[in-house]
Design a protein around this ligand. Structure first.
Ligand code: UGA
Length: 427
């Protein structure tokens, strides 16, 4: 059992804190936002992540997990510090490391005995080496600290599954000294534990997300070609994915990738590469394909609805993917903004989020959201949409167009109900 202080009560910090407490460690999670900590101390969590609230409550009750907004005390009193603060994107694509810097300054100002400082936040290559150098520049003896890069690979919506069933655990270190302690931190099960350099670990994280993004853009470009030849893309994806060298995951075509990680990390990696004069033409294309997916689907809709002006269009699903309340870089939001710009009268429904945007009407009821609509767009593949009553949908709508922007519906069922099914790479 170890005493651990996790800095940052966001989605990564909270999931990691809950899991480490469940593994039996004594975990203190700190955050500068007092309102967040107050909420957590009342047993409520500030984000939507299935199962997390229950796990946090359980570990608070059994005494393994605590919350505090006294960041300084938390850092001072624990030997292992895990940094899980945000690294949001700047306009030029680089990552804003302001929160990381703040945490490091607190460690400098309070350090008295040996500490292991573990960066979980996604940071550009070279950041952890820079952190190490900052300690030395502050005159802190190398015997007093070890810096570790320990990127996380959780997916929002299934973060608990991912943390309890990791496919790998990555630690970047400068020396062998912290390895014994790190091996006892997580329960890796059968997952390989990969030790590398600080920058090597940072690159594993960026390369992983860049590769996943590449797979998705590859899927989307392939679906475009399938569309031109009237080929069912999902058959092609199945055929592709059964080759173990390719794998089935991340081949779903649709509106494209969004969220707080894939778009941000891709741009940050491109920025880091370009600073070293490395050509990133593959990643440029990955981003370019993603940036044109909304336009592609709107063109598809145009084939049946030539002018959006004054048309009532309903969008189901506004989050960047199902089972999350996260709207950051959601392709659905980009789609909604384009529809509004083109003069459509936009109505939305989402199982979790009541969208607050000017010029749109957000509904709390799925069926009511489609009343008198000319077209319905599925922008996020929430499971409840797949089981919709299509006869009722047909009777409520004034038009009959269903644009499946996530390739998640059964086209035949839609057509049997007298509706027009549109997708990209669907027959
Ligand atoms: C992603 C990675 O999958 C995690 O491994 C990583 O830890 C995380 O970023 C992070 O860096 O923190 P996440 O952003 O939660 O996780 O979501 P994903 O499941 O990767 O989905 C990202 C986007 O890609 C979503 O918009 C999703 O709809 C889209 N997607 C995903 C597709 O369009 N097609 C697919 O086949 C898969």
């Amino acid at each position: 059992m170890m005493n651990i202080c996790i800095v940052g009560a966001g989605y990564v910090g909270l999931t990691t804190a809950a899991a480490l407490a469940e593994f039996g460690h004594d975990v203190l999670c700190v955050d500068i936002e007092q309102s967040k900590i107050d909420m957590l101390n009342q047993g409520l969590i500030p984000i939507y992540e299935p199962g997390l609230e229950e796990l946090i409550r359980k570990n608070v009750q059994n005494g393994n997990l605590h919350f505090s907004f006294d960041v300084k005390e938390g850092i001072k009193n624990n030997q292992i510090i895990q940094i899980a603060v945000g690294t949001p994107p700047k306009k030029d694509g680089s990552s804003d490391l302001g929160y990381i810097h703040n945490v490091i300054e607190v460690v400098h100002s309070t350090i008295q005995d040996y500490k292991i400082v573990i960066t979980k936040s996604t940071v550009p290559p070279g950041t952890n080496e820079w952190i190490h150098q900052r300690f030395l520049d502050e005159g802190i003896d190398e015997k007093l600290f070890d810096i570790v890069s320990n990127p996380e690979f959780l997916r929002e919506g299934i973060a608990l599954w991912d943390i309890f069933h990791p496919n790998k655990i990555v630690f970047g270190t400068r020396t062998k000294r912290p390895i014994k302690v790190l091996k006892k931190l997580y329960q890796s099960g059968r997952a390989p534990v990969i030790f590398t350099s600080l920058t090597g670990a940072e690159m594993i994280k960026y390369a992983s997300n860049a590769f996943l993004a590449t797979k998705i853009s590859f899927a989307n470009e392939t679906a475009r070609i399938c569309d031109a030849y009237n080929v069912e893309y999902s058959d092609v994806a199945l055929g592709l994915g059964t080759d173990p060298r390719i794998g089935r995951d991340f081949l779903k075509a649709g509106l494209g990738f969004g969220g707080s990680c894939l778009p941000k990390d891709l741009r940050s990696l491109m920025y880091s590469a370009q600073r070293k004069n490395v050509d990133t033409r593959l990643l440029d294309a990955v981003l370019e394909i993603n940036n044109t997916q909304v336009e592609l689907y709107l063109k598809k809709l145009n084939t049946h609805l030539p002018d959006f002006k004054g048309k009532r269009i309903t969008v189901w699903g506004v989050t960047f993917k199902p089972n999350t309340d996260d709207l950051r870089f959601s392709p659905a939001i980009a789609l909604i903004s384009e529809l509004v710009n083109k003069g459509a009268n936009v109505h939305t429904y989402d199982p979790i989020v009541q969208l607050q945007l000017p010029a749109i009407c957000s509904h709390a009821n799925q069926n009511e959201s489609i009343t008198n609509s000319d077209a319905l767009i599925i922008a996020t593949e929430w499971e409840q949409f797949l089981n919709s009553n299509w006869a009722e949908v047909k009777s409520r709508m004034s038009g009959s167009i269903i644009l499946d922007a996530r390739n998640c519906l059964d086209a035949e069922t839609i057509r049997k109900n007298g509706l027009i099914y549109l997708g990209v790479g669907r027959r």
